[in-house]
Structure formats: structure tokens, C-alpha cells
Design a protein around this ligand. Structure first.
Ligand SMILES: *[C@@H]1O[C@H](CO)[C@@H](O)[C@H](O)[C@H]1NC(C)=O
Ligand SMILES: *[C@@H]1O[C@H](CO)[C@@H](O)[C@H](O)[C@H]1NC(C)=O
Ligand SMILES: *[C@@H]1O[C@H](CO)[C@@H](O)[C@H](O)[C@H]1NC(C)=O
Ligand SMILES: *[C@@H]1O[C@H](CO)[C@@H](O)[C@H](O)[C@H]1NC(C)=O
Length: 502
């Protein structure tokens, strides 16, 4: 047994060893917390990453990236935890090497659609989330996935000052805003500042405690306004209008700066790239009638009549095909359309890309909600533009867009057109053929022209990945704290709206 003094002596002798042990112990502790946060402890079925070497092997000069992420991860692992590990490792490395650029700016992706992308979802929300991820990659920002509000809080407190924004689902944003263990308030100064919380919101409503500016939108909700200034509707004019729409964010219709959600937008380019381009002359004489539901061929929103297809088929020498659910087709379904049934996405793309035109039938109607259209048409329009006509144009396939309603006294006034696709109504042949409902001659002419006039692949300027990148860069460089300070001052002065901590 050692006396007090010899114990002290042995302690002095092995101080270096003790320091190393303490360091190793600390690292194990930190790392176990990290594992707990990142969810490894709950997911035993996933491959384990190579963990740090045993503490005894560590040398004090090892870099953090080597200590935490020595061997790299299995390449096939695209779980969000693995993606986070890669991102953190790369962030550590750039700090160690002193060559970080945008990497030290961290965005936390807490919204469900972001994890949906990793799972391989391909619905509208996943397309939008994917565009956002691709734009973040191109800008070189670090982004970390989170799967719950608690994890978002942990990630935030770990990377605190580096986190410039959190893109989350509306319920989580609201819950965090009202939870004093989550949001930054006087008694929780480590919490997430409300102004870093953005709603990643697919719909047009303002759904963030701080209002529309903090609500990100996949659509430009007020495009109609700017087009009035455009007199000729050539592609050039449309490009100009699109640029206009982005740079002057919605001034006229409503003077309040808080009237529109922040337009982030999405791109179909990444998906479109999966489909090989079919040269026009190689395509069969085939026209694709676009509607998943047979009911769209019936009722007042149906733009054509069955004999339109018979006559157009004779005039253009094309076969009409559609992919509607079900095999038991009702009487009203045009006999000249062959139904190939509902298709998986890859087959659907292939059929569209192999067609000479895509024809809308009136529904699904894809209006955009805007204050302007509400006051102008006296009705509320909401819903979303379907990506199918955009995808078709990207494959080099023109679109026939039915106009369901218009100003009878001034039928050429496009701002008054109520069409199946209200963005594309501003385009002209050979890309888009706008045809009035029930206009048989117009329909036949459009089918004949479209199936004999090739176009190149076309993506609206606003919907290119480069445009998403530019907008996202602008959003992330905005001084949101200053914006929030202004909003807070307004709310305090007017006593309207909830206050918050900066
Ligand atoms: C996401 O982007 C990748 C390309 O980076 C693409 O392969 C994939 O199809 C896209 N998925 C969706 C849902 O858009
Ligand atoms: C077609 O639409 C009309 C109303 O527009 C409706 O009465 C009728 O039941 C529909 N037909 C079928 C087969 O659904
Ligand atoms: C489609 O229309 C063409 C031209 O009118 C006609 O020859 C053909 O028989 C029709 N096909 C069907 C399946 O009704
Ligand atoms: C960093 O991000 C900004 C936009 O926030 C962008 O303009 C800039 O090009 C990015 N820098 C690099 C090196 O990618």
C-alpha cells in the first residue's frame, strides 16, 4: 500500500500519462454523446462506421477529423447519419487545413422532405428538397440532416454560431417557437434564435411565426403581375419576364412587404437528366394525353370532346395514348385514346419523351395562389403547377395548354386566361400551344403543328438549377437578424403579432 507521499510522487511522475488518459476519456465521453445524438445507438441494423482508434493509440497531435472519422464510411451508406458524418468530417478537415470557404456556414435540414430524398422519394416535395440540396452542394455550404426537434436543438447547440439557417417542417417551427427549451429566450440564451428558423413549406400560406419572409416557397406566387408589361410573348420576352419576376420581388399587387412567401423554387433538371433525349424523328407518331384520372374527361372542366381526337388523329396521323388509372373505361372516355394504364415514373418519363406532344385536358388545374388573381378574378385559386408539362418541355416535347376561361370581350388578354397551366400560358408555339376550350379547329391545328415541329429541350430560366442556386445564395446571405429586429420593432409598436428574442 502506498503512503500519501508516494502516491503523490507517482502522480507527478506519470502526469503525461494521466493527461493522455483524461483526454482519451473526454473524447470517449464526447463521442458517446455524439453517437447518442446521431442515432447510431438506436439503429443496429446499419453498418457501423470505423470508430476512433482505441484511446491508447491516440496521440495528442492527432487532428479532430482523424480522431472522429478515421476510416471513412461505407460508400453505399446514404443514411442521414452517414451524410452528417461526411459533412462534419469535411468541415473539420477544412478548418484544420485552413481552406474553408462557405463550408463553415451550416444549414440544418430538419424538414421531412430532405430525408425523403435520401430514401429515394420522388414526389413534388422531394423534387423541391432535392433542388435545395443540390444548390447547397454547389454553393459549398455544410448541411446537416435532423430527424426531430430534439435532434435539431442538439445539432444547433453543437454548431451554434456556424448555423445560419434551419429549414424545418411548419409544425416543428411552430412548436420550437413556443417551446422555451428550444427557442432562444432570456432564460435559454443557448436556444435557437427564432430568425434562424425557416418553414420549408410546399403550400402558399404564410406559415411561420415570423411571417411570409421566413416561409420558403417552391413557387413564385405572384408571377402574373409582371407579365402585363410584356407585349410580345416570344421566348425572349418570357425569359425577360422570368428574370423580372425574380429580381423585383412582387411589388405592385400588395404594398405590404410581408405579402409573399420567399421564393426558393425547384428544378426538374436533375430528374429530367435521367431520361435520354429521344430525337424527334425517331419518336413514333404518338401524342400523349395527360391525366391520371378518368374523371378529368368528363364535366365542365374538360376542355375537349371525343370527336376532337378522331379528327385530329386523321389530320395529324398520330395515335393518342394516355395513362389513366383503371381498365374499366366509362362511355365518355374518347375511343380514339389508347389507355396504357398507370405507369411507374421511369416508364411514364419514357412514354412522354417518346411522344411528339403532351396534351392537357383541363385538369388537373394547376393555378397558383396570388393576391392578384384573387382580386382580379374574384375567386381564390390555389394548388400547384404540375411538373409534367415542365418535364415534357425538358424532354423536348411541346405542350397543348387548354384555356378554360377568358375575357369574352378581349380573348387575347392572357392575364385573364384561366388555363390548365398558368405559368406556361405565357409561352407560344413551338413550345406551348394555348387552345381555347371547345375550339375543335384550334385543337386540330395545334396537334398537327406540334407533332410536326421539333423543339429543343427547354427549361424555364427560373427553374434551372443555376437559378435555384442564385436565389438560395441570396436567401442565405440575407441579414435575417436585422430583418427580424425590424419586424420585432414593428410588432412591439403595433402590439400585433407575437414578440420573440433576437
Ligand atoms: C435528386 O438529384 C439527383 C441528382 O443529383 C437525381 O439523380 C435524383 O433523381 C433527384 N431526385 C429527385 C427526387 O429529384
Ligand atoms: C360526368 O359528369 C357529370 C357532371 O358533370 C356527372 O353527373 C356524371 O355522373 C359523370 N359521369 C360519370 C360516369 O362519372
Ligand atoms: C381514331 O380516329 C381515326 C380517324 O378518324 C379512325 O380512323 C380510327 O378508327 C379511330 N380509332 C378508334 C380506336 O376509334
Ligand atoms: C458562397 O456562397 C455565396 C452565396 O451565399 C456564393 O455567391 C459564393 O459563390 C459561394 N462561394 C463559393 C466559393 O462557392
Amino acid at each position: 500500500m502506498l503512503s500519501d507521499s508516494s502516491w503523490l510522487r507517482s502522480l507527478t511522475i506519470s502526469r503525461r500519462r494521466i493527461v493522455l488518459l483524461l483526454l482519451a476519456g473526454g473524447l470517449i465521453f464526447v463521442f458517446s454523446i455524439y453517437l447518442e445524438w446521431s442515432g447510431y445507438t438506436n439503429l443496429t441494423s446499419l453498418p457501423w462506421p470505423t470508430l476512433s482508434p482505441s484511446p491508447a493509440d491516440l496521440s495528442p497531435s492527432d487532428s479532430l477529423s482523424d480522431i472522429f472519422f478515421p476510416g471513412g464510411l461505407p460508400e453505399e451508406d446514404h443514411s442521414w447519419m452517414a451524410e452528417n458524418d461526411r459533412t462534419i468530417a469535411s468541415l473539420f478537415r477544412c478548418v484544420e487545413q485552413g481552406n474553408c470557404r462557405n463550408q463553415t456556414k451550416v444549414v440544418i435540414l430538419a424538414g421531412g422532405p430532405f430525408r425523403g430524398v435520401l430514401r429515394g422519394d420522388n414526389g413534388g416535395e422531394a423534387i423541391w428538397a432535392n433542388s435545395t440540396i443540390i444548390a447547397l452542394q454547389r454553393l459549398g455550404y455544410s448541411f446537416l440532416y435532423s430527424s426531430s426537434r430534439e435532434r435539431t436543438s442538439h445539432l444547433y447547440s453543437m454548431f451554434r454560431n456556424l448555423v445560419i439557417a434551419i429549414f424545418a417542417d411548419v409544425p416543428d417551427v411552430k412548436a420550437c417557437f413556443h417551446d422555451h427549451d428550444c427557442v432562444r429566450v432570456e432564460r435559454n440564451l443557448r436556444g435557437i434564435p427564432a430568425w434562424k428558423l425557416f418553414s420549408f413549406h410546399f403550400w402558399s400560406s404564410a406559415d411561420n411565426p415570423l411571417g411570409r419572409k421566413w416561409t420558403l416557397s417552391p413557387e413564385l406566387v405572384s408571377d402574373i403581375i409582371h407579365v402585363e408589361a410584356v407585349t410580345d410573348h416570344s421566348l425572349d420576352a418570357v425569359e425577360r419576364y422570368c428574370i423580372l419576376g425574380v429580381s423585383h420581388s412582387m411589388p405592385l399587387a400588395d404594398q405590404s412587404p410581408d405579402s409573399y412567401n420567399t421564393y426558393l423554387g425547384y428544378s426538374i433538371e436533375p430528374q429530367c437528366a435521367h431520361q435520354t433525349h429521344i430525337p424527334f424523328d425517331v419518336r413514333p407518331a404518338q401524342a400523349f394525353v395527360y391525366s391520371k384520372h378518368v374523371q378529368n374527361f368528363n364535366g365542365s372542366k374538360y376542355a375537349w370532346a371525343p370527336d376532337f381526337f378522331d379528327e385530329a388523329s386523321a389530320a395529324a396521323g398520330v395515335e393518342f395514348i394516355a395513362g389513366v388509372h383503371g381498365t374499366d373505361l366509362p362511355e365518355f372516355f374518347p375511343s380514339n385514346i389508347t389507355n396504357v394504364g398507370f405507369m411507374a415514373q421511369a416508364d411514364f418519363y419514357s412514354v412522354v419523351a417518346n411522344s411528339r406532344v403532351v396534351i392537357g385536358v383541363g385538369r388537373p388545374v394547376t393555378h397558383v395562389l396570388s393576391r392578384f388573381s384573387v382580386s382580379h378574378f374574384g375567386s381564390t385559386k390555389s394548388g400547384h403547377r404540375s411538373p409534367t408539362p415542365y418535364e415534357a418541355l425538358c424532354f423536348g416535347v411541346p405542350f397543348i395548354n387548354p384555356i378554360l376561361n377568358w375575357d369574352r370581350k378581349n380573348p387575347t388578354d392572357r392575364t385573364r386566361w384561366d388555363s390548365q397551366h398558368d405559368t406556361l400560358k405565357y409561352l407560344d408555339p413551338p413550345h406551348v400551344y394555348n387552345v381555347f376550350k371547345d375550339d375543335k379547329e384550334g385543337f386540330i391545328n395545334a396537334v398537327v403543328q406540334a407533332t410536326s415541329t421539333p423543339i429543343e429541350s427547354f427549361v424555364l430560366p427560373d427553374m434551372r438549377i443555376s437559378a435555384i442556386e442564385a436565389r438560395l445564395g441570396g436567401i442565405l446571405e440575407t441579414d435575417w437578424k436585422a430583418e427580424a429586429a425590424e419586424l420585432l420593432a414593428d410588432r412591439k409598436a403595433s402590439r400585433v403579432g407575437e414578440t420573440f428574442w433576437l
